[in-house]
Write a protein that binds this ligand. Sequence first.
Ligand code: HEC
Length: 157
Amino acid sequence: MLRWTVVLAGLGTIALLLTACEGGGPDTPAAESGQPADTVEAEKSLAELLAAADVDQGKRLYLQCRACHSLEKGGINKVGPNLYGFFGQPAGQVEDFAYSDALQESEIVWTPETLDRWLARPSEFLPGNRMVFVGVRRPTDRASLIAYLQQKTGATR
Ligand code: HEC
């Protein structure tokens, strides 16, 4: 008898909880408007993000690339190739750099769009490439980095 009372009390609690959820309390409208920042960013096109890009932020983000890439004209190849003038070029054009077959044989042409996808997750965009870099997760950060690279590699002034 005691056991049934416990079970019934338990069912009563569940029923109460269910009612509370279904009712859509005062929390519901706030939850609907509170979209996570990443979702909002993802809805913007790359062109829009580039137009609002923060070049100083891009310069800070480039610190993640600097160990492996120089940007200036005539700059040295490090672990990765010098990037001067790479916008608008097919991938793998630096003559004295030993690229992976994957990159060399890819038909990638470097535009803000292809670079955006490369930088998001290089290993997924081009499996087998040799750039050991996890990626830049936020679309706004990638846009800032792309804008900085455009300035520093001679694509824009
Ligand atoms: C650990 C070293 C390393 C880091 C960090 C790194 N890269 Fe690379 N990157 C490479 C290597 C190596 C390659 C050549 C890959 C291949 O041949 O598969 C490369 C290739 C590239 C290319 C293609 C160049 C071409 O000539 O086609 C671009 C663009 C690039 N990296 C941009 C970046 C940017 C921007 C960052 C920072 C967000 C970055 N990389 C971080 C090592 C690195």
